[in-house]
Design a protein around this ligand. Structure first.
Ligand SMILES: Cc1ncc(COP(=O)(O)O)c(C=O)c1O
Length: 369
């Protein structure tokens, strides 16, 4: 197989992805490719990835538990710190129980894998994250998608289904920043054998989750929580069923116990609310200034603020020009987003300063001219 031809094709279509090398800790100010930049494309929304108290908790965890977990949860890898963290996460989300996974990607696949023999259909929002779409593939069911956030479209698809099934939505949409109407969706699902699953990767720690009774909630711990991993929360029976039936849970090494110690500290900081307030103020300020400058951002109240520019080439040009001015904003191109909707995806963090936001938006205005 000629891989070099395939790579050239990607390059010709401005779809080749590259990795910039970060030489400092994650944060709003970073050193990347030997350049000092202000970072506007991190999922470290609450600026916790380099928080001194969380680092200290991690180090204490390493001293107590060592570096690796050594095995999967069902063998000898399930430590007391995993157990305590699961209890803390279930309490935080108001659910009976929670189960840790090593990433959001595996957590999503984990839920689908467990439900493989239980459901006959899956319906997803058209803009759901790739890991959820891959979940439908793992289960071997056709991907049925309803129009983005459109309850009528969901309802008309629901009417055509028979037997037990799953309706899946991102809570905060990863490339658009808008939010699903969880309570509206839940009202549409009137059949008892329909389960709702929500992926709150980008809302957890920032917005209070709404988790309808007997639904499935997944959130990640590597974004606002600043560490890594993910969890699924729900009722006791469902979590026990996941432990028994989820292949991505069973056949993988547990995350290091020290990470659980770090996440527990992160949870305490999240509960304190100070970082969240700073982030929410930054979001409001960003929206005010971008409106004043006449920049046409999508309507989003989350930390994700997209500016759709259409072509992949234009998105790359703007991203490169911002990088040269000292701002890192990623160009998001197909297949991550639909064709002709390439965009600049700005993400805000608690530690951004208002003068950094102002300067960034002025540079964006110039780059768009
Ligand atoms: C909506 C959504 N779900 C799941 C994931 C996967 O999470 P993780 O990075 O922990 O694998 C992401 C990652 O960006 C995401 O945006």
């Amino acid at each position: 197989m000629d891989f070099s031809n395939k790579i050239s094709d990607l390059e010709k279509n401005h779809l080749l992805r590259s990795r910039r090398v970060v030489k400092s800790a994650q944060g709003t100010r970073m050193q990347i490719d030997n350049q000092d930049i202000i970072n506007f494309c991190s999922n470290d929304y609450l600026s916790l990835a380099n928080h001194p108290k969380i680092k200290e908790a991690l180090i204490t965890g390493v001293e107590k538990y060592g570096v690796g977990s050594g095995a999967s949860h069902l063998v000898s890898g399930h430590s007391k710190s995993h157990k305590i963290l699961e209890e803390a996460l279930s309490e935080f989300t108001g659910q009976e129980n929670a189960l840790l996974f090593s990433s959001g990607y595996t957590a999503n696949l984990g839920v689908f894998s467990a439900l493989r023999d239980e459901i006959k259909w899956v319906i997803q929002d058209k803009l759901n994250h790739a890991s959820l779409i891959d979940g439908s593939a793992i289960i071997g069911l056709p991907i049925q998608r309803y129009l983005h956030k459109n309850l009528e479209s969901l309802n008309s698809k629901l009417k055509k289904q028979t037997g037990p099934g799953l309706v899946v939505t991102d809570n905060v949409f990863s490339m658009d920043g808008d939010q699903a109407d969880i309570s509206g969706i839940n009202k549409v699902l009137d059949k008892t054998d329909t389960i709702l699953m929500q992926d709150d990767a980008h809302g957890f720690g920032i917005f209070n989750p709404l988790i309808p009774k007997n639904s499935i909630y997944m959130a990640t711990l590597g974004k606002a929580a600043g560490v890594m991993g993910a969890f699924v929360a729900g009722n006791n029976d469902f979590i026990e069923f996941l432990i028994q039936k989820s292949r991505p849970y069973t056949y993988t090494t547990a995350i290091p116990p020290s990470l659980c110690q770090a996440i527990l500290m992160s949870l305490e900081i999240i509960k304190n609310g100070e970082q969240k307030e700073k982030l929410l103020n930054n979001i409001e300020f960003f929206k005010t200034v971008s409106n004043q400058l006449g920049l046409n951002f999508e309507d989003s109240n989350s930390a994700i603020q997209p500016l759709i520019v259409g072509s992949s080439l234009r998105a790359l040009e703007i991203s490169n020009s911002l990088f040269d001015s000292g701002f890192f904003v990623s160009a998001i191109r197909p297949p991550t987003v639909p064709p002709n909707t390439a965009r600049m995806r700005f993400t805000l963090s608690a530690n951004h300063q208002s003068n950094e936001i102002e300067l960034l938006l002025e540079k964006v205005k110039n780059a768009m001219a």
